[in-house]
Design a protein around this ligand. Structure first.
Ligand code: GLA
Ligand code: ZN
Length: 680
């Protein structure tokens, strides 16, 4: 059965930990009064509540949570119920110390912090399964229960004996025997050949850190352990509450806004029913415009939406500021509404916060909250949240729509990302995610919808794939890509691609045949430039700079779109277009600034630029579409602190202000319009 989040309104609310105030009922009464005022309809409860749910082993107390469910149901709201495995009670850590993590230097961690658990510990898995079973049995029939939120921001690794043994078993299962393992990890190098499985250990600064195959397999192993931990958590929930979807909150880094890469989210996504992520951009920072940051956030929304190619949920964001950026700046007026509507524009089915009520003490007491310590009704955050609550009510029918269909996709492979980051060559920071962001910029500017695809996804619905810096390509992927292009697909590839196979072993003698067929060329050498150095390209009569990586190409059979202007590879091809079967490959052999990418994509995407009934005149404006078979909704958003003009063709209804707009319209600084057009 396909389980998706099923509500008839956008979720608005977030993390709520009333157990902190259990002896102060006035605080909780005040919370619920304020929820009503701020149009909060959802609470996410139980995330770190294990000690309150099971104060002693086997002694459960769910009465307090029952009363929260009752109150939420009185207001016709929704509950997102978390499982508590993200932090464990002191009694559990004391009685079963094996549940705690061991680091890669062999240090056993003590009780404290959170997310501090071993992934393979049988007793921890049993304890988690037990409490999840009890929660599902007790709360599973509650009409307000819309979603299971398992654990919290899964991350991290453990190097205890149990985890080491699990790693060895995982390797045995993958390689069958040590000869195969020794070959895949290229262990004859530096005399690293194993002759007994007990010699195999995870990567550690105390032992081996430079074995590429080992590092890669460790990441894959952590992915699989996280998956089996998730499956273990989810099993009782799926059995007892088959209609309630299961999610967990995923993460993106800051300030880069790159998806977490401690394990493979694309693989993990297959074990979840619904995707959620926690969005904490540093709005108002001092080295990016809001439009630039908005673009990077748009991209990472697209990444998370693409994990299941369906709507998702922003499970956490802050109504004001965080307590962990390098500078915890508050959102400027209008910024919160802008960011929240961007979430929805890109496919979020709600806007949820960390946190509803600020905790009074401990680590996160100064993190922004809907309800702050002082004058809670008067804070800007509270007013901003109320505005968003009203907006979400006004756009309620949009809950039944999806993000517009994309015909362009960016290929992203965790294996390749890990292997290239780990490659001891090129330069220290290879800027892989920044490269993806640079390519994406063109599509964002023209409001062309973009998906991400994993190497396992179906490519056949896309006109164009962007496949930058795809260092590790499996033989299966090479075949798949070649057949996609042969059958009419187009692909843009770049420098540092197709260098190693699935074991992180270099391809030998020649570049994989499939890539030669697609791109009509072969790379021979990569010239790596210092940051201040550059080469020049001539493309369509204009000069552009090349930086960082310049590959020299040989055996060119394609059409040369640009050549290098200097150095020992002067006058050799730098950008090549090549027909293969019914499709085309475009190879960019060097890294350039955005200026060249813009000209390049202009040439090849004329058929992909969407037509809207509203025109923009600035790249500070983003136009996103959510639609179903009968309706289209246009989210027109101004990511600048200045007013911007747009032009409506004919008439459009603005759902936020509930009025009809015609002709020239001014969008306020950070302002949004959500237009509705009947028919599709
Ligand atoms: C994460 C966690 C929350 C909280 C917030 C603070 O996203 O999931 O529990 O710590 O960060 O920003
Ligand atoms: Zn362990």
């Amino acid at each position: 059965m396909k389980r998706i989040l099923n509500t008839n309104e956008f979720l608005h609310g977030g993390d709520y930990n009333p157990e902190q105030w259990w002896d102060e009922p006035d605080v909780i009464n005040q919370d619920f009064a304020l929820f009503k005022q701020a149009k909060i309809n959802t609470v996410t409860v139980g995330i770190f509540s294990w000690a309150k749910l099971e104060p002693e082993e086997g002694n459960y107390d769910f009465s307090w949570l029952d009363s929260i469910f009752d109150r939420v149901e009185e207001m016709n709201g929704h509950v997102v119920l978390a499982t508590p495995s993200g932090a464990r009670p002191a009694w559990l850590a004391q009685k079963y110390p094996e549940v705690l993590r061991t680091d890669n230097l062999g240090n056993k961690r003590g009780f404290g912090g959170r997310h501090n658990h071993c992934l393979t510990s049988p007793i921890y898995r049993e304890k988690v399964r037990e409490i999840n079973t009890k929660l599902a049995e007790h709360f599973g029939q509650r009409k307000s229960l819309v979603l299971w939120h398992i654990s919290n921001e899964y991350s991290g690794e453990c190097y205890c004996e149990s985890c080491k043994n699990a790693f060895r078993d995982w390797l045995k299962n993958k390689y069958g025997n040590l000869d195969n393992l020794n070959h895949a990890w290229w262990n004859t190098f530096w005399s690293h050949t194993y002759n007994d499985w007990s010699q195999v250990n995870p990567p550690s600064p105390l032992g081996e850190m430079g074995n590429k195959g080992m590092n890669l397999d460790w990441k894959r192993f952590i992915t699989d352990q996280t998956i089996s931990f998730i499956d273990n958590e989810a099993a009782p929930l799926r059995k007892i509450t088959p209609n309630v979807p299961v999610t967990t909150n995923m993460m993106a880094g800051n300030p880069l806004m790159d998806p977490f890469a401690g394990f493979d989210y694309q693989k993990v996504a297959k074990h979840l029913d619904f995707i959620s992520w926690d969005s904490y951009p540093a709005w108002g920072n001092d080295n990016q415009t809001t439009a630039e940051l908005g673009r990077n956030v748009g991209l990472v929304h697209d990444f998370f939406r693409s994990l299941k190619h369906q709507n998702f949920l922003v499970m956490e964001n802050t109504p004001s500021r965080v307590n962990w950026h390098s500078v915890d700046r508050a959102k400027r007026p209008g910024m919160h509404e802008l960011a929240s509507l961007q979430d929805v524009a890109r496919g979020s089915q709600g806007v949820l916060y960390f946190q509803l009520r600020a905790s009074r003490g401990s680590s996160e007491m100064f993190h922004g909250a809907v309800i702050e310590h002082l004058h809670p009704e008067q804070t800007r955050a509270f007013k901003d949240v109320t505005t968003v609550g009203k907006d979400l009510e006004n756009i309620r029918p949009i809950i039944n729509t999806n993000y517009a269909k994309a015909r362009v996709a960016i290929v992203f492979s965790y294996d390749s990302y890990w292997a290239l980051q780990d490659a001891e060559s090129y330069s220290k920071d290879k800027k892989i995610w920044q490269t993806i962001q640079k390519h994406y910029r063109y599509f964002y500017k023209h409001d062309i919808p973009v998906d991400f695809v994993s190497v396992e996804d179906d490519f056949s619905n896309y006109d164009l794939l962007i496949d930058p810096m795809h260092f590790l390509m499996s033989k299966a992927y090479l075949k798949k890509l070649a057949s996609y292009v042969k059958n009419g697909g187009r692909v843009v590839g770049t420098y540092i691609s197709g260098v190693v196979d699935e074991n992180d072993l270099a391809y030998m003698n020649e570049w994989p045949k499939e890539l030669q067929d697609i791109y009509g060329v072969e790379p021979l050498e990569t010239d790596v430039l210092y940051p201040g150095q550059s080469n020049t390209l001539n493309f369509d009569g204009h000069e552009y700079k090349a930086h960082d990586y310049c590959e020299t190409l040989i055996n060119c059979r394609g059409k040369v779109l640009a050549k290098y202007a200097s150095d020992f590879y002067q006058d050799t091809p730098a950008v090549v277009e090549h027909e293969y079967g019914a499709g085309k490959g475009y190879y960019l052999a060097c890294r350039t600034d955005y200026d060249l990418l813009e000209k390049f994509y202009e040439k090849i995407t004329a058929n992909l630029i969407p037509e809207f009934p509203v025109k923009k005149f600035s790249s500070n404006i983003s136009i996103q579409v959510r639609e179903n078979k009968d309706q289209k909704y246009y989210f027109v958003q101004n990511f600048s602190d200045k007013s911007e003009q747009i032009k409506v063709d004919g008439e459009l209804e603005d759902l936020l202000e509930k009025k009809i707009d015609r002709g020239e319209v001014v969008l306020n600084p950070f302002g949004s319009k959500i237009y509705y057009k009947k028919g599709n």
